[in-house]
Design a protein around this ligand. Structure first.
Ligand code: ZN
Length: 432
């Protein structure tokens, strides 16, 4: 099953048009929700976030348009990560106070805290992992994305992240309970400089004439990873095909879906992965290239690594987020959380066919088994292009096999003049 899925995904990756090929001539699935031409998530590891207030300020700035005194929010949709056991002075679930924990749970419930960032440096045993999962379960909170952290022993990554979390018999083994709890997407340390995943490999846009030596080094490193990946080296297997997600197995045999993050900074994937550094990442060069390529990007960063806790984002960083917000408002890049981007992509890739029912005129979506578990909300944004003569109906029913019926909406012609219907994309409600 996994091999067949991989072949399907690769076949779709080869398709150069803006739509996937699996749905035949009559209708096709648009790569991204109408009217967007690319999709981006900022996936920030919370390392060094000093306290609950700094965490809250970062989230409120990114997700609302409020005036925070040091800057006005940009009103995007951006998630965050959480871990549990960390030394004093670093924000984490167990080290903050009851108010901090209540805030974190609210942000989990709303979908804004959407990734576990290991269980933290202080979590060294299966019991530590279980204590965290029990707490989440007790509050009926389901986090489906796992992101390895530094040298945390609960990590899943064997090669880059040196974890033991998926080694049966190890003191920190927890993959069984964590996957049973609900984790299905994992990040195990892989980062690329390539702008736009799920598109053919290309290094255009990484080179920056302002710093030719560093850019060339970065481009060279990435080219080597690509070649090694193509040649079958396991560590760089994801750098070969440049797919955002691949089916993978943890060392205990559990099936998961591994994703790759990107940071196309000219000086390399690690050097600008901070609050100040993101000013040099979210550049017009990156964002316009992402749109041109029609790619997806999960950006690797650490927004809690700020020079001043009370004012996490300085002027250049604020300008970068404002730039990203302009790309979204122009209908070019849909910005969302890591979990939602992965869910949307999984739903889109699961579509085998989109056909109009002979009676009633509703659209029937047939779905392939074997991919990630999907919830009803993962279908938001799915956009099916239609032949021009089918337009002019406004609202159309969209029936997704095994999921149910949605009220679809007809869109005006897109950038290629195609009409389409979609399951509307709804923004997450920021809870604070
Ligand atoms: Zn980390």
């Amino acid at each position: 099953m996994i091999a067949r899925r991989t072949e399907q995904l690769e076949a779709r990756g080869r398709d150069e048009a803006g739509t996937t090929s699996a749905t035949g001539a009559a209708s096709a699935v648009r790569r991204f929700p109408y009217p967007y031409r690319a999709m981006l998530a900022i996936c920030s590891d919370l390392d060094e976030t000093p306290d609950a207030r700094a965490y809250e300020q970062i989230m409120t700035y990114l997700n609302t348009d409020r005036d925070l005194g040091w800057g006005r929010g940009v009103g995007l949709e951006v998630g965050n990560t959480i871990y549990f056991d960390m030394p004093a002075g670093q924000f984490a679930y167990w080290s903050t106070d009851d108010r901090g924990r209540a805030m974190t749970r609210e942000l989990m419930r709303s979908g804004h805290v959407d990734c576990l960032h290991s269980f933290g440096d202080g979590a060294t045993t299966r019991e530590h992992a279980k204590r965290a999962l029990d707490e989440l379960t007790r509050h009926d909170l389901r986090i489906e994305v796992w992101v390895d952290h530094a040298q945390a022993v609960t990590n899943f990554g064997a090669d880059i992240m040196q974890g033991r979390g998926d080694v049966p018999g190890a003191e920190a083994y927890h993959a069984d309970v964590t996957c049973d709890y609900g984790v299905q997407y994992v990040w195990r340390g892989r980062v690329t400089s390539v702008i736009g995943q799920d598109r053919p490999h290309s290094l255009r846009g990484v080179f920056d004439a302002r710093d030719p030596a560093a850019s060339l080094r970065t481009v060279g490193k990435e080219a080597v990873k690509h070649v090694l990946g193509r040649a079958g080296q396991v560590k760089y297997a994801m750098h070969g095909p440049n797919a955002l997600v691949r089916p993978a197995r943890l060392r205990d045999g559990r099936a998961v879906f591994e994703f790759i993050r990107c940071n196309p900074y000219r000086g390399g994937v690690e050097r600008a992965a901070t609050a100040a550094g993101i000013a040099e990442v979210l550049t017009d060069r990156f964002l316009s290239r992402l749109v041109e390529r029609g790619g997806a990007a999960i950006v690797y960063t650490h927004l809690g690594k700020a020079r001043r806790a009370g004012e996490p984002f300085e002027a250049a960083t604020q300008a970068a987020f404002e730039r990203l917000a302009r790309y979204e408002r122009a209908g070019n890049i849909l910005v969302t959380t890591t979990r939602r981007l992965l869910g949307y992509r999984s739903a889109r890739e699961a579509v085998i066919a989109a056909r109009e029912a002979p009676v009633g005129g509703s659209l029937k979506i047939t779905v392939a088994p074997g991919g990630p578990r999907l919830g009803r909300q993962d279908w938001q944004g799915l956009t099916v292009t239609l032949p021009a003569e089918r337009g002019g109906r406004g609202v159309v029913g969209i029936e997704v096999e095994g999921v149910g019926r949605f009220a679809g909406r007809e869109n005006p012609p897109d950038e290629r003049g195609q009409i389409s219907v979609m399951i509307p994309w709804e923004r997450l409600q920021y809870p604070m």
